[in-house]
Write a protein that binds this ligand. Structure first.
Ligand code: SF4
Length: 347
């Protein structure tokens, strides 16, 4: 009996990895998926917090893709190892804080290790030549192969016809003729193929597979590092950057104000870790304080919060501040008027 050939597929949750995996399954390859959790993934739990885009399914798209394909998915936590990729990218950043080229090499390298440990034969990705400006260019695709150490074990089924033969083709594990020659930024060929396979309702992330491609998120991350004077971060910090309105009046502290009920509930889970405040004379949101505010800062924070409460037109709003060591302060403050909140405070 001939050996069953096995491939591990990097599954981001988008259409490309869905299709590239499908192509391999059609060629009789046993495929299992890997999804690396860096802490910045769009496929975290926070995208289910807000009501906006409520018409869209709240789901983990990587799991959904695996379910559509009927394959196993391994979700692997790489938060610690990913720090070095983010903080010291050899090839720098993309438009925002996304170190895509280093990130891709890192993920393929991890997939190669996993393949070796689990006796898999090769690795596939959903990359398409020319699709992304940093990691999926004709000149950078070989960089990923070289720096990950995967070399010819890495097959990109969607654009393989434009690339040199890999081991999987060479050994006759897959038929190169049935691999594709997609290229460029257009998504039309992928959409047509999805239609052919009957895939509907797949995710189409605009910028990429993680929050680091998002300008607002990247700005908040850089602001956090600058204010702390260090690029250290914890997973909770990363989660917090995805939630609430972030307002930094000075380097000593930042306010994170919930924008809706889902965010109030989420931030409530952090009340023991952060100073927190909420209006008590009227309805209004919960806010957390990140940093080390002075007494004047607490007063200012209460005025900002009052601006976002239902008492914003009142002369004064009572705000309770919980300082985490059982100490509670109650301040009566005049809500800031809209034009009194300095635009530069909004992160
Ligand atoms: S978008 Fe994010 S996860 Fe995807 S390659 Fe770029 S840095 Fe990595």
């Amino acid at each position: 009996m001939s050996k069953q050939i096995k491939a591990v597929s990097l599954i981001s949750g988008g259409l490309d990895s869905l299709l590239s995996t499908k192509l391999m399954l059609e060629q009789g390859i046993h495929v299992e998926g890997i999804n690396f959790f860096t802490g910045f993934c769009v496929e975290g739990h926070t995208h289910a917090i807000r009501k906006q885009k409520s018409d869209k399914q709240k789901r983990n798209n990587a799991l959904w893709v695996a379910e559509q394909l009927g394959i196993k998915l391994h979700i692997i936590d790489v938060i610690e190892e990913y720090r070095d990729v983010l903080l010291n990218p050899k090839h720098g950043y993309g438009k925002n804080m996304n170190p895509c080229l280093d990130c891709k090499s890192f993920m393929v390298k991890k997939a190669k290790q996993w393949a070796e440990e689990n006796d898999f034969d090769f690795i596939i990705t959903g990359e398409v030549i020319g699709q992304r400006p940093m990691s999926q260019r004709k000149d950078t695709m070989p960089v990923v192969q070289a720096e990950s150490g995967a070399d010819d074990l890495l097959l990109r089924p969607l654009c393989a016809q434009h690339l040199p033969e890999t081991k999987a083709e060479h050994e006759g594990w897959v038929d190169r003729e049935k691999l594709l020659g997609f290229s460029g930024r257009t998504r039309k060929p992928q959409m047509a193929l999805a239609k052919k396979y009957g895939f509907k309702d797949y995710a189409t992330p605009a910028g990429g597979c993680c929050f680091l491609t998002d300008k607002q998120y990247s700005d908040k991350l850089v602001d956090m590092w600058q204010a702390r004077g260090s690029r250290e971060y914890q997973l909770d910090d990363l989660m917090m950057l995805k939630v609430g309105r972030h307002i930094r009046p000075n380097n000593r502290f930042k306010l994170i104000v919930a924008r809706e009920e889902g965010e109030v509930k989420f931030l409530e889970g952090y009340r023991n870790q952060y100073f927190n405040l909420y209006p008590v004379s009227c309805n209004g949101p919960l806010a957390l304080i990140d940093g080390e505010p002075t007494q004047d800062d607490l007063h200012l924070a209460a005025r900002v919060l009052a601006r976002y409460s239902q008492g914003r037109e009142d002369d004064s709003v009572d705000v309770e501040i919980n300082l985490n060591n059982g100490v509670m302060q109650k301040l009566s403050v005049a809500p800031f008027k809209n034009d009194e909140i300095d635009k530069s405070w909004l992160v």
